[in-house]
Design a protein around this ligand. Sequence first.
Ligand code: FAD
Ligand code: 2HG
Ligand code: ZN
Length: 458
Amino acid sequence: MLSRLRDIVGDQHVLTDPDQTAGYLTDWTGRFTGVASAVVRPRTTAEVAAVMSLCAAECVPVCVQGGNTGLVGGSIPPSGPDVGAERGAAGPLLLSTTRMTDIGEVDTIGRCVGVQAGVTVEAVDAAAAAAGLAFGVDLAARASATAGGVVATNAGGIRMIRHGNTRAQILGIEAVLADGRILRRWSSLVKDNVGYDLPGLLAGSEGTLAVITGVLFRLVPALRETIVAVAGFDWVSDAIALIGTATDRGLTVEAAEIMTEAGVDLVHSHGHRRPLATPAPYLVLVEVSGTGDVEQAVVDLLAAAGIADAVLEPGPARALWSIRESHTESIARSTATPVVKLDVSVPIRALPQAFDDLSALAADDARPCRPILFGHVGDGNIHVNLLDVAEDDTRALTEKVFAIVTAHGGSISAEHGIGRAKTDWTHLGRSDVDLAVMRSVKDTFDPNGLLNPGVIFG
Ligand code: FAD
Ligand code: 2HG
Ligand code: ZN
């Protein structure tokens, strides 16, 4: 098997030495570690197809990895050594797209660009920027997260409120199926209703349906001049109202993020500035654009909302943004035990109560934890991070969070996916019929269950 893989991708791209494979087998958070018989790094779609044909013939499971920045363990093979053993295979292969980094020419009339799956979000955006356009997806992991990864997780990120999720940016897709065939829909047509939306179906499939090898992304207008403001609030409801008022006043909300005093204290302890002179329970970062004097419009907006303390800077305002974007890293460096990281959403109207209910977890003496809540307030998306949780309490606290979320009509996975982390709770978000249809989709694409076994379905 290994020698045939070497024939396909070249000797130096079939890794088996533990020193070389270790970085591929542990996730960004350090919570998931897996086992693979080899890490394979194809360069072209034809090589991916040859690898998949071989694996199909030999019944070898394949786990797909892009930038390995996923936060639910989906990019890491299972930890048991015997996955695939029942079919006579040595264990899963990890297929990494890190060498698939070609970027096509930007089509400035069709406003799109075709990229290989391993191109980073930052590189897609840089190519778009060079042509006077922008990529509609952005997130703090931009330097490592890949085109294939953001599609496979249907990533949200900080521009979701403005441009929609990753699924909304897909015009075409190329993917290799579990049996090695190549599925290609590649057209800049924005209207094309011939049957099912297979590219849309692969968005959010988390490596369980096919290996995405290329994506034709639509591009959006470049960000105009913006103002970034961080303001303090006593109540989440007032923060939500501010975003609504900004839109009502003709401003375009390019991003709307929420943090708490505890989160800002934490990132401050890791060297970031405190944005406001007066502490406030909630801090909202809004980035807005518009016509005329946008800065004055934001000053008026904040004054009308009775905001006593705020800071305004012209975009990109990297220092202000870094306070928000460094939450994940600061949390990873501050928790005494593996962080309980739960990405959830609730209807916007339920956000204030959900924040209260989730903050109250700190008061549970029976299961102590340190909650840090932040997220994409305009999307109803809260990132619940529980620090210093005793291992025995992890499951009970996870279930408490999910009980709060489902009581508010929310989702247990807003933008990160199910991965390996949440498979026990998928039923909280989908009916039996819905789950059965999802399983039959999986069986159609991957009848032998070789692609990312254990992800989404457990
Ligand atoms: P990986 O982590 O390698 O893989 C993620 C999943 O996609 C796995 O299931 C994998 O099997 C599958 N996959 C990857 N490539 C392919 C492919 N070519 N074909 C088929 N399946 C594939 N996420 C958000 O949604 N919004 C955010 O704002 C956000 N911010 C983040 C900030 C930080 C600091 C970090 C560390 C993560 C953040 N994430 C965020 C999570 C993560 O960046 C996203 O899930 C991203 O889409 C993962 O891309 P990746 O290339 O790293 O994929
Ligand atoms: C973000 O919005 C990411 O910064 C990461 O989705 C969230 O670390 C997290 O919980
Ligand atoms: Zn997020």
